[in-house]
Design a protein around this ligand. Structure first.
Ligand code: GDP
Length: 593
């Protein structure tokens, strides 16, 4: 959408401010602007958006309108503690101490992200860390030369973007992995864009340097074309040549991470009640809801009362990234906690409160607000609007159930991107947990396929699915899901339909009925006319209208079909201009073998 080339503030007097609150509807926006709702609605229409007064608009859209009307846009400063995830946490500078950097690894598929994360993780164990159980909790820490680095153990930018979208800022540094034999690829560029958008410093790991076909110079050239200029070339981005597979250059890479982190002066206040973000969450059969948290500020302790999203709990156990029981977690430390009442979502913020009562009240208030938000009406985003315009497109509806939250994000990201000649995926529901009867019922209602990722349906659920004719597909590899969905969409494209004429009728009489419109009294001269036919109105050999049958009657009764030699009454959807002598030709779309 283009911003108009109007000078800001040209129309409105100086200092016209608009204060935005989340979930504002059109009426509230108009009030905030001191304008009538009609003016705002008109503005929306001029932007191609049909909205009523109760419509809730997404922030970016409000910003657009407000800006266009010459106001300055400001987000309401939140002081309400129940909205703790929107408040700027203020710490006394003297309480702030150095904390470890949190690093996310991004890059194109197969360029070696997973191998790099594995190599770094294993090196830690080899260096004599106790425990040594490489339990995956979604993040891990490496201790070296007295300092610590935290790595988010879910490579790729899907999780990164999703988390950021939910307000979690859990990455301080991005390591961009580029395979030296392959060079810059689409996801490399996407990763650069994401890191830039998040204003997170970038370190380039030029990987697979052991390969004879490796060409690190080319990587530098290609990235410089994207504004990512190596320090060696006078830019400010560190490039490190590594072989994730052979473990070469890893030490240098970690040195650079430490250096960048020094420059960022990352600090946290370990003294306050803990605040953190959910990296992953899942339902554990024995332990109930389990979440991996990275502490941002404060110290998280066993027994702490907390709120996550709109649920509360009390920390029952803390395990560190090596699977060892711990009593507490300090800033930038990833830990797995139990004691939650529900499975939160990746990106949800955790905040500890002094007592259980407060935590519960705040969680209740947040639940209440969530519910109100939902009642207020569906949010319209710019994306969904563009979607609306093309809603004639075909969609493959999916219900996705997975074992771990991080996977939801990765899967959704991959699947939502698929677009095959306008055919795409619509994710109806995507949650963590087993496939339930409820999922099957939703699939039935929404004409969806159920995808299970590392989860299995019970026999009862399977039976219900069979009974309802719902397809359940089970997977354990993300890319396999993508592959199959693409194949399925291509399959949806394949059957070609051809229009086949099934009958003709001649119009012999016209009845105008005020509430219903024109009914044509017809005589079927050929074939058959069916209730769900497509019809053409032919006048003197010219097609004057094409559309659908609205009703088909034999005398006063609705008929499913009327054969040649019989009379019938026909009305056509949105067409009243039928004349005596017209021929109504009926046809159906039939699949071509
Ligand atoms: P990801 O998709 O980015 O996570 O990539 P992977 O870590 O799964 O690596 C893809 C393939 O590249 C695997 O077969 C790895 O063994 C291989 N690979 C990764 N790093 C290196 C490397 O430094 N040298 C070589 N020769 N192969 C590598």
């Amino acid at each position: 959408m283009q911003k108009k080339n109007v000078k800001r503030g040209a129309k409105a007097p100086e200092n016209k401010k608009f204060i935005y609150k989340e979930g504002m509807n059109v009426a509230e926006i108009a009030e905030g602007l001191g304008l009538s709702a009609a003016v705002v609605i008109k503005k929306l229409i001029s932007l191609g958006i049909m909205a009523n007064v109760n419509q809730v608009l997404e922030q970016d859209m409000v910003e657009l309108i407000v800006d266009d009307l010459g106001y300055t846009f400001e987000i309401e400063k939140v002081t309400d503690i129940t909205r703790y995830d929107e408040i700027d946490i203020v710490n006394d500078p003297k309480d702030l101490v150095k904390r470890p950097p949190i690093v996310t690894v991004m890059g194109h598929v197969d360029h070696g992200k997973t191998t790099l994360l594995d190599t770094i993780r294993k090196a830690r164990v080899a260096q004599g860390e106790a425990g040594g159980i490489t339990q995956h909790i979604g993040a891990y820490q490496v201790k070296r030369k007295g300092s610590v680095i935290t790595f988010i153990d879910t490579p790729g930018h899907a999780a990164f973007t999703e988390m950021r979208a939910r307000g979690a800022k859990v990455t301080d540094i991005v390591i961009l992995v580029v395979a030296a034999d392959d060079g810059v690829m689409p996801q490399t560029i996407e990763a650069v864009d994401h890191a830039k958008a998040a204003k997170v410093p970038l370190i380039v790991a030029v990987n697979k340097i052991d390969k004879p076909t490796a060409n690190p110079e080319r990587v530098m050239t290609q990235l410089s074309e994207r504004g990512v200029i190596a320090e060696a070339w006078g830019g400010d981005i560190p490039f490190v040549e590594v072989s994730a597979l052979k473990g070469e250059g890893i030490d240098e890479l970690l040195d650079v991470v430490e250096l960048v982190s020094e420059m960022e002066e990352l600090k946290a206040n370990p003294k306050r009640l803990a605040i953190g973000s959910v990296i992953e969450a899942r339902l554990d059969r024995g332990r109930g809801p389990v979440a991996t948290i990275i502490v941002e500020h404060g110290t998280l302790r066993v027994g702490d009362n907390f709120v996550i999203g709109s649920t509360y709990g009390r920390v029952r156990t803390i395990h560190d990234d090596l699977g060892r029981l711990a009593k507490q977690a300090t800033p930038a430390q990833p830990v797995e906690i139990t004691g939650l009442n529900d499975v939160p979502q990746a990106g949800d913020m955790l905040m500890v409160f002094a007592d259980e009562r407060t935590a519960r009240d705040i969680a209740e208030e947040r639940t209440h607000r969530d519910r109100e938000g939902q009642l207020k009406g569906q949010k319209r985003t710019l994306d969904s609007l563009f979607g609306d315009m093309e809603s004639a497109e075909k969609e493959l509806n999916l219900i996705i159930k997975v074992d771990v939250h991080g996977t939801t994000e990765a899967l959704n990201g991959l699947l939502e991107k698929i677009d095959i000649e306008g055919f795409h995926v619509n994710i109806v529901r995507s949650t963590v947990g087993a496939i339930t009867e409820n999922d099957i019922l939703l699939a039935e209602a929404s004409d969806a396929i159920v995808i299970g990722f590392n989860v299995r349906p019970s026999a009862a659920v399977r039976n219900l699915a069979d009974e309802k004719g719902i397809e359940i597909r089970l997977y354990s590899v993300i890319y396999k899901v993508q592959e199959d969905i693409i194949a399925a969409l291509q399959g949806m494209l394949e059957p070609e339909f051809e229009e086949t004429v099934i009958g003709q009728a001649e119009v012999r009489d016209i009845f105008k009925i005020s509430r219903i419109g024109t009914i044509a009294g017809c005589f079927v001269t050929d074939g058959v006319i069916e209730r769900d036919s497509l019809v053409r109105v032919i006048r003197e050999s010219i097609v004057v209208y094409e559309g659908k049958l609205a009703s088909l009657k034999r005398f006063k009764d609705d008929a499913r079909s009327v054969r040649a030699g019989y009379e019938c009454g026909i009305s056509i959807v949105n067409y009243n201009d039928i004349k005596v002598g017209d021929i109504i030709e009926a046809s159906k779309m039939k699949e071509v073998e």
